[in-house]
Design a protein around this ligand. Structure first.
Ligand SMILES: *Cc1c(COP(=O)(O)O)cnc(C)c1O
Length: 624
């Protein structure tokens, strides 16, 4: 490649666009570069040669020249996209995303004529009227009922729910939960502005430090090894200490956990361990959080005066596992109680007349449920398990996970345990693009506590502009399906998961190959030995590499998984299995030894004073 930095006007002659012209020729034909410097920067390489190749699509056909594309070229490009998507959709098995919209969004395509924007709080009309908030509120109420929250939303009722529909998926929901939890637990408050000129404005303040507990406003976050990478991202974005970071910085060498042989751990692990499997490690475990380990860790940090933030998984990303939220709560409530975390005063101001302290009574713990996948179907599985009239008894009674989960404290108060839930709408029940729900309770929202009648800042959501089309899509789905229909959808997915697991075991026996098929009970996913790249690619399989024994590269295993969604058909699974069977018969499965080396095998040693903050999940966990 020529050195272009010194001669900016002499770009390489890169062909650009589908007409065979170069970038320079196009600029000249548009009168944009005749002897003078062009107003835009040109390519220093050929994007078509540099960008990833997807069979059936051509980078060149999508390149956007200064002239735009002719109608014919534009339509040709769009047609190639349509064919590509139809084919990829027919072969998508690896991700927990519903593929088939049953044609119903086409019924909604007429709304594409509008710019739909639900900017601001869903419970306030706001100035931008072309919105769909009426449908959004109906959807939120529907899930509030499913998740046993008190509804409808009422800003005057602390126990009632508050929530909104996300423009992103659960990544946004998890981030919002952590933001809300961080502010709530660290003693942030929104109070009315002290400046009389800014009518209605609020001020964001930090409560006065606690006199005898320096950690009172230093929350610590806990989440398991099987947690989605969005949570590790959220702690970085929001600068929240994980127990690992706080442990290494404040309590080095004091981790109360032990390894598989009962020896104390020298370093704080980066995440809460997941339950161990037959190997004695978590790699072949069910994917649920290790409740004993969590309890030990929480006890340590609560005992040192920290408020506690925990994210639990309901439908984990790779193994589809459901953390036992109820059992976690039962184990942790006594710890919260012992350490004064059920109620603690947060002083944020004083009365201007009497000088009396203005105090907000808050919890010192926050339990978030990342129900990206499971919060969508879990309630229907639980319903079917309880009530034979639905005509199907699921193989497991999924754990209780929602706002209805209350426990009795020592002094016989009913304590509701779950503070927030996130769900991805495109995973379950399905939508043409990412969307989702975040839900909490009015009492956890930051607002002036002196004024329970306060109507809430209109700027309550993460984004400003919000997707107004998603509420229509989810609303339409819910309007088309009764609870019985919903049960039937999850039943189909569960039956298919069991079917796939059994078929994989048959293949293993028949061809005497190791396929390591595994499925956590109640999960919609089956994991197994990663087949050839060709199959991984063709069927959009999601893959993950694990060490069966931590830090022992020779024990690495490569897994793939398939998610069985309401849109997955038996035909599709059979077609995949036929191809997998051919690989078993012809011994085409990649050898276990033929694994590429990972960068992690040559870790950098941390210099003195460098703090370890959080593990950032690499490929896997839904990323690859
Ligand atoms: C998919 C997933 C997320 C992230 O959701 P997005 O909708 O992709 O943002 C978070 N948590 C879990 C458990 C997930 O499976």
């Amino acid at each position: 490649m020529t050195d272009v930095t010194s001669r900016p006007h002499q770009l390489p002659q890169v062909p650009f666009g589908s007409d065979g012209e170069t970038w320079q020729q196009i600029l000249e034909s548009q009168g944009l570069s005749n002897g003078h410097a062009a107003p835009v920067s040109g390519p220093i390489g050929d994007p078509q040669a540099m960008y990833p190749v997807e069979p059936g699509l051509e980078t060149r056909a999508f390149e956007l020249p200064a002239s735009g594309l002719s109608d014919a070229k534009r339509r040709k490009a769009l047609s190639s996209m349509e064919l590509y998507l139809a084919d990829r959709r027919d072969h998508m098995l690896g991700y927990q995303v519903t593929q088939d919209m049953n044609g119903y969004p086409t019924d909604l395509s007429r709304f594409m004529e509008n710019h739909l924007n639900n900017i601001g709080d869903p419970f306030q009309s706001g100035g931008y009227k072309p919105n769909t908030k009426i449908a959004e509120r109906a959807v939120l109420d529907y899930y509030a009922a499913l998740w046993n929250a008190q509804w409808p939303h009422d800003p005057r009722v602390p126990e009632s729910y508050w929530g909104y529909m996300l423009s992103m998926g659960s990544t946004e929901g998890n981030m919002y939960a952590l933001w809300n939890a961080r502010d709530y637990l660290s003693g942030k408050a929104l109070i009315e502005s002290t400046e009389p000129t800014t009518f209605g404005a609020l001020r964001y303040v930090q409560a006065a430090p606690h006199i005898d507990n320096p950690n009172a406003f230093h929350p610590v976050a806990f989440f398991s090894e099987d947690t989605h990478y969005s949570f590790a991202k959220a702690v970085r974005v929001l600068n929240v200490d994980t127990f690992h970071a706080a442990g290494e910085a404040l309590y080095p060498g004091r981790c109360p956990l032990t390894d598989a042989d009962g020896r104390p751990l020298k370093e704080w692990p980066t995440e809460v361990p997941s339950r161990r499997g037959p190997s004695g490690n978590s790699a072949d475990g069910p994917g649920e959080i290790d409740i004993d380990a969590l309890e030990t860790l929480v006890k340590f940090f609560a005992g040192n005066g920290h408020p506690i933030m925990i994210s639990l998984n309901y439908g984990s990303t790779f193994k589809g596992a459901h953390d036992d939220v109820r059992r976690v709560c039962e184990r942790l409530l006594p710890i919260f109680e012992e350490n004064g975390l059920l109620e603690r005063p947060v002083q944020y101001g004083k009365d201007p007349k009497t000088g009396e302290a203005k105090i907000d009574l808050r919890r010192g713990f926050w339990i978030h449920v990342d129900g990206a996948l499971g919060a969508g179907y879990g309630p229907f599985m639980r319903m079917a398990y309880e009530d034979p009239r639905f005509g199907w008894t699921p193989e497991v009674d999924l754990p209780e996970f929602d706002f209805g989960l209350t426990l009795s404290s020592e002094d016989d108060n009913q304590i509701d345990m779950v503070a927030s839930i996130a769900m991805s709408g495109h995973k379950w029940p399905g939508a043409p693009w990412p969307c989702g729900i975040y839900m909490t309770k009015v009492k956890y929202q930051l607002m002036p506590p002196s004024q329970p009648q306060y109507i809430g800042s209109p700027d309550t959501t993460f984004a400003g502009s919000r997707n107004g089309f998603s509420p229509l899509v989810i609303w339409d789905h819910l309007a088309r399906h009764s609870y019985q229909d919903q049960v039937n959808l999850i039943r189909h997915a569960q039956d298919l998961s069991i079917y796939l697991e059994n078929r994989l075991r048959q293949l293993e026996r028949k061809h005497r190959v190791k396929l390591w098929p595994a499925r956590t009970r109640g999960a919609l996913t089956v994991r197994f030995r990663r087949p050839s790249d060709k199959l991984v690619d063709k069927w959009s399989l999601s893959t993950e590499d694990v060490f069966m024994v931590p830090k022992k590269p020779e024990t690495r295993r490569r897994y793939a998984h398939i998610f069985l969604m309401a849109s997955t058909t038996r035909e599709k699974i059979d077609a995949f299995l036929a191809e997998l069977e051919r690989e078993c018969a012809d011994q085409l499965l990649p050898a276990v030894e033929a694994l590429p080396t990972l960068a992690a095998e040559a870790p950098v040693e941390l210099a003195d004073g460098v703090l370890s903050l959080a593990a950032v999940p690499g490929p896997g966990r839904g990323f690859q």
